[in-house]
Design a protein around this ligand. Structure first.
Ligand SMILES: Nc1ncnc2c1ncn2[C@@H]1O[C@H](COP(=O)(O)OP(=O)(O)OP(=O)(O)O)[C@@H](O)[C@H]1O
Ligand SMILES: [Mg+2]
Length: 290
């Protein structure tokens, strides 16, 4: 299992394998409260766990939904939405939980999680089992695009999650997810293109790809695989009365990604701030305060 870690707020902390990624991943709204983590004794928290193909993310919000703290960890414990390394996922999540509890000075007992739409029920249950094996009571599960839309409040359009392993397409009408699809192209493929083209290891390519100052020079290399994402989106949205695209997922943070998708599909495309954290924040919002 390959893994490396980061955290917010208080400054991203990364292992040696990802020396330059702080500026990329550290979610600003999570970091704003850096140093201000003393919670009042009765404060209630909402906790969300996102088990992704590339990253495990754990976020904590206050009762009103304001982000307080988060942890993320690169890990290969989930593939295409399915937990493939139960013990690895549980161990990593338990460590993230312990680190956040130390920073918050508070035990985290309840957490919600999410699943990609369309995965079999037994796999949905496996997600809850990881959350529980890591020491939480699982407060509930929500499908990932609906979680993201708790944050974005889209009424109409395509909500596209370009994650690590897959691109998830959800079509939203009247504020509800009415169509979903998931296709196997995502940030891991972007990293493999960088690694293959520049003769780098996966870890080196990942660090380079997620460094903002390097992204304009990598864009020509990655444009074809981004256009594959564009073709996937177009295939699912054409003939479905979609007039705009909103990108979420960590790979949407690549500078220039939205423009490539917009040029390819001909549909206005936007990326909210912190696209990596939109789904995790929505998962936490869906979880009851405790
Ligand atoms: N700033 C960045 N620029 C480009 N790519 C990034 C950036 N930050 C993270 N990524 C990429 O985002 C991906 C992880 O995103 P995310 O956490 O949304 O995926 P996931 O949920 O783990 O995967 P999936 O949804 O496919 O199961 C990784 O491939 C990572 O390299
Ligand atoms: Mg994901």
């Amino acid at each position: 299992m390959r893994s490396f870690t980061g955290q917010a707020p208080g400054g991203a902390r990364l292992t040696e394998t990802l020396p330059q990624a702080e500026a990329v991943i550290l979610p600003r709204p999570l970091s704003e409260s850096a140093g201000g983590l003393s919670l009042s004794p009765g404060a209630k928290l909402r906790v969300g766990v996102d088990l992704g193909t590339a990253y495990l993310v754990l976020v904590v919000l206050d009762e009103a939904g304001k982000p307080l703290a988060g942890e993320w960890q690169f890990a290969e414990v989930v593939r295409d939405g399915l937990v493939v390394d139960f013990v690895g996922a549980t161990d990593l999540l338990r460590g993230m939980k312990a680190r956040l509890e130390r920073r918050l000075g508070r035990e985290l007992t309840l957490a919600g999680s999410a699943y990609p739409p369309g995965v079999p029920q037994v796999e949905v249950a496996a997600t809850a089992h990881v959350v529980e094996a890591a020491g939480f009571e699982c407060s509930g599960l929500i499908d990932e695009p609906s979680a993201a839309n708790l944050v974005l409040h889209l009424q109409e359009g395509a909500l596209v999650d370009v994650g690590g392993g897959t691109t998830g397409i959800a079509i939203v009408r009247d504020g509800k997810v009415v169509y979903t699809a998931d296709e196997p192209t995502g940030g891991v493929h972007f990293t493999l293109v960088v690694a293959g083209s520049l003769g780098l290891s996966f870890e080196e390519a990942e660090a380079l790809k997620t460094t903002p100052s390097q992204q304009s020079r990598l864009l020509p290399l990655l444009r074809p695989v981004m256009e594959t994402v564009g073709a996937i989106i177009l295939h699912h949205v054409r003939r479905r009365r979609v007039h705009s695209i909103t990108l979420v997922g960590g790979s949407s943070a690549f500078q220039g990604m939205a423009q490539v998708i917009q040029d390819y599909t001909g549909l206005p495309t936007r990326v909210p701030a912190m696209p990596l954290f939109i789904t995790p924040l929505g998962i936490a919002l869906h979880s009851p305060p405790h």
